[in-house]
Design a protein around this ligand. Sequence first.
Ligand code: FES
Length: 124
Amino acid sequence: MVYSDIVMDHFKNPRNVGEIKDADGVGGVGNPTCGDMMTITLRIKDNIIEDIKFKTFGCAAAIATSSIITEIAKGKTLEEAKNITRANVSDELGGLPLIKMHCSNLASDALKKAIDDYEKKINK
Ligand code: FES
């Protein structure tokens, strides 16, 4: 399997790793088939993703997709962030092997779940 240089860079030097304490939104997802797990935490101010961090237990592609989605989403409005697709994630990484496309699903699903969590809290 061949990963792009961008995937390898994000795998070896992942951006925004960790967890935001008292996060405004938390989204955790897992893939039952491969067992990979990912959690995204958000700090939101004035409808903008001010900070975003991830923790991923998974393959190289899962780590790279988590890392790049934090870069894509940071500074975006919630509406813009909700429209980030797995294709956006894979394109930004210079493509993913077909067998690894589900890893980019995990990243976009975790982000959407974290935004949902935030919106549920503020709409209580
Ligand atoms: Fe399942 Fe990468 S192999 S998320």
